[in-house]
Design a protein around this ligand. Sequence first.
Ligand SMILES: Cc1cc2nc3c(=O)[nH]c(=O)nc-3n(C[C@H](O)[C@H](O)[C@H](O)COP(=O)(O)OP(=O)(O)OC[C@H]3O[C@@H](n4cnc5c(N)ncnc54)[C@H](O)[C@@H]3O)c2cc1C
Length: 389
Amino acid sequence: MSSSLSSVLEADHRELVDSFEAFVRRELVPLAADLPETSDIPPAELRAYVRTRSAKLGFYAGDYPEDLGGCDMPFTAVVLLHQAAGRSGCPLAPYALAGSDGPSPLLRHGTEEQIERYLKPLVRGEAVRCLALTEPHAGSDAFHLTSTAVRDGATGEWVLNGRKTFVSNADRADFTLVVAAAGGAGGEPTAFVVEAGTPGLRIGQRYDGMSGEPLFELLLDGVRLPADAVIGGEGGVGAALGNGIDSLSRGRLVVAAMCDGIAEYALAQGVEYARERRAFGERIGAYQHVQDHLVRSRAEVEAAKLMTLACARLVDAGTEAPENAALAKLTSSETAVRVVDRALQVHGATGWVRGHPLEFLYRYVRMMTIIEGTSEIQKVIVARAMGLG
Ligand SMILES: Cc1cc2nc3c(=O)[nH]c(=O)nc-3n(C[C@H](O)[C@H](O)[C@H](O)COP(=O)(O)OP(=O)(O)OC[C@H]3O[C@@H](n4cnc5c(N)ncnc54)[C@H](O)[C@@H]3O)c2cc1C
């Protein structure tokens, strides 16, 4: 879509996006060609290589400040890179950009030592982490925690107990960011760093989802942590909610951008197929029902991209309102689900066959209306901002 309406908002970062796309084409596409068609997840060593290589080139975690190892990239540029990664259709491209195993905004509130020890290796792509927030009875209502962190008066250590669920990357994380109620049930949400191998931290059930990486249950059974395991030190006790809310808009806009890219790729696939595939003596793209799938998708993709980019610009201007990011995440994630569905429909059985990119995307994109706040929760945020309820 060279005449894409959003190109008007991309101009400032065109060179960066071009160089990222060249990196994907030159280095990642050839590597991806060797991946088995039957597996959704590239091997961990390959993902680690892609991360560190991309960090060296300045793409991975590029929005982090230079003194932390990033490139001080504006947030709009980050969003454009995520859109480009999805649009490329290369299964390795998303791993070239920081995601749920990358640097966590929570650690931006860390002590100097925590920033050195945990955040910087994440920015360099050399370490991976996971976030253990969700609990069996605290999903959307994420801070309704029953996992507790209680101080041992004798040693000053924190003792963590509880059960976390649906945790991404738990099987390979170098450390886990655990959010627990400080002082006992009903206490203030507080974030702790728990290094892999800490006694009492154990993986429980594994959840294999519709696509991609599995999620895990994490059990905290008397996990003893030194006083300085609280993110931000003493001042970090009770600060997880405030610190987390700070970064919600950015997280939602990254998901929106990933969705925009996926939708753009799916649409391109649909258009290409409709131009070639023949039925009843005509190219199927000549039929109005097929055109309807693709033209509707084009309109929705353009609108979603524009909304994401406008929100990213507001973030850079320091004037982003949470309801804007909620609108963008709601729009882009639901658009991507619909567009992938329509593109698969245009492909008929060809798109349904295991190993076809649309078959994978159909399963993969479904999580996007659930992660970083479900669609319903985005609507709650927007409704509140509209003075409803
Ligand atoms: C792929 C994937 C990766 C994940 N990774 C992580 C991770 O790394 N770490 C982590 O801690 N968690 C993770 N999660 C969990 C995720 O954060 C939760 O699934 C999400 O917050 C929703 O919670 P829930 O699944 O318990 O649904 P629930 O909160 O039980 O919601 C069920 C339904 O009720 C709706 N609902 C709930 N409250 C309201 C309301 N007030 N108004 C209207 N509707 C409402 C929801 O929208 C949803 O449709 C992951 C989930 C997925 C799918």
